[in-house]
Write a protein that binds this ligand. Structure first.
Ligand code: CAA
Length: 263
C-alpha cells in the first residue's frame, strides 16, 4: 500500500489515509487501496475502526481534482461509482467506524466522514462541499448523506453556496459529535472505539444494521428489522453472559461486562 496505513491496537483498527503531498486527496489508487484495506480487516478480532488522515492539516481535501479534470461524462460517472462503492462498503461495514477528522474535510473528505458511523474532529477542522465552485455536484454521496445528517435545509445551503464551515459550526449543526484540540483527537477517537469494543460485539453489529437498514424503510418495516436483529442476539454467549452477570448481582461484573466473545 502506498497511500493507506492500517494498524491494529488491541481490538481497534486504525486506517490512515496517507497522501500528505495532496492533503490526502482521493485519487483512484487511494480508493482502491482503501477498498483492499477494508477487505483485509479481521472482523473476528477487530471490533471498531478509526479512520483518519495523515498529518496535522488535512483529513481528506476531497476527490483528486487533477485526476477528475479531464474525465468524460462516462468516466466521471464511473469515478463517482468507484468512490460510492468504497464509501458504501464503509457505511455498511459490519463493525462501527469512527471518523477522526483532523483538518480539511472537503468534498470527498466530508463525504467519506459521512459514510462513517460517528464523526469527531479537531478544532482546526474545516468541512464543506465545494463542488459547485468546480462545476460539478458532490459525487461520493454528499447530496444524499449530508441531508440525512444535518437536515435538508442546511445541506442545501452548504452545497449550493459551496461555503466551508469550521469545527464549531459543524458541531452546532450536528455534523460532528465532538470537537477536541488536535493533539487530543486520536486519543479521544481510540477511547470512544474502545468503549464500543468492550460491549457485546454481536449486539453492537446488530444495532448498526438495525439503525442503517431501518432508516431506509418505513416504520412498520423498520421495527420488523429491529425485531429480527433483537431476536438474533438471543442464545448467544454474550446474551447469556451479559444477562447472567446482571442476575448474579455481582457488582464488579455488572459494571464491567467483559470480555464478550464474538460468537
Ligand atoms: N485534489 C488534488 N490535489 C489537491 C487537492 C485535491 N482535492 N487538494 C489539495 N491538493 C494539493 C494541491 O494541489 C497542492 O499540491 P501542490 O503542492 O503540488 O501544488 C497541495 O495539495 C497543497 O494544497 P494547497 O497548496 O492548495 O494548500 P492550501 O493550504 O493553500 O489550501 C485547501 C488547502 C483549501 C484544502 C486547498 O488545497 C483546496 O481548496 N483544495 C481543494 C478542495 C476541494 O475543492 N475539494 C473538493 C474536490 S471535488 C470532490 O471531492 C468531488 C466529489 O464529491 C467526489
Amino acid at each position: 500500500m502506498e497511500f493507506i496505513t492500517y494498524e491494529v491496537e488491541e481490538m481497534i483498527g486504525v486506517i490512515t489515509i496517507n497522501r500528505p503531498k495532496a492533503l490526502n486527496a482521493l485519487n483512484s489508487q487511494v480508493l482502491e487501496e482503501l477498498d483492499a484495506t477494508l477487505d483485509s480487516v479481521d472482523v473476528g478480532t477487530v471490533r471498531a475502526l478509526v479512520l483518519t488522515g495523515a498529518g496535522e492539516k488535512s483529513f481528506v481535501a476531497g476527490a483528486d481534482i487533477g485526476e477528475m479534470s479531464t474525465l468524460s461524462k462516462a468516466e466521471g460517472e464511473a469515478f463517482g461509482k468507484k468512490g460510492n462503492d468504497v464509501f458504501r462498503k464503509l457505511e455498511t461495514f459490519p463493525i462501527p467506524v469512527i471518523a477522526a477528522v483532523n483538518g480539511f474535510a472537503l468534498g470527498g473528505g466530508c463525504e467519506i466522514s459521512m459514510s462513517c458511523d460517528i464523526r469527531i474532529c479537531s478544532d482546526n477542522a474545516i468541512f464543506g462541499q465545494p463542488e459547485v465552485g468546480l462545476g460539478i455536484t458532490p459525487g461520493f454521496g454528499g447530496t444524499q448523506r449530508l441531508a440525512r445528517i444535518v437536515g435538508v435545509g442546511m445541506a442545501k445551503q452548504m452545497i449550493y453556496t459551496a461555503r466551508n464551515i469550521k469545527a464549531d459550526e459543524a458541531y452546532r449543526i450536528g455534523l460532528v459529535n465532538a470537537v477536541y484540540p488536535l493533539e487530543e483527537l486520536m486519543p479521544a477517537a481510540k477511547k470512544l472505539a474502545k468503549t464500543i469494543a468492550i460491549n457485546a460485539p454481536i449486539a453492537v453489529r446488530n444495532c448498526k444494521k438495525a439503525i442503517n437498514e431501518g432508516l431506509d424503510v418505513d416504520m412498520d418495516q423498520a421495527i420488523v428489522i429491529e425485531e429480527k436483529l433483537f431476536g438474533d442476539c438471543f442464545e448467544t454467549e454474550d446474551q447469556k453472559a451479559g444477562m447472567g452477570n446482571f442476575l448474579e448481582k455481582d457488582k464488579e461484573k455488572k459494571l464491567k461486562v467483559v470480555p464478550f466473545k464474538n460468537m
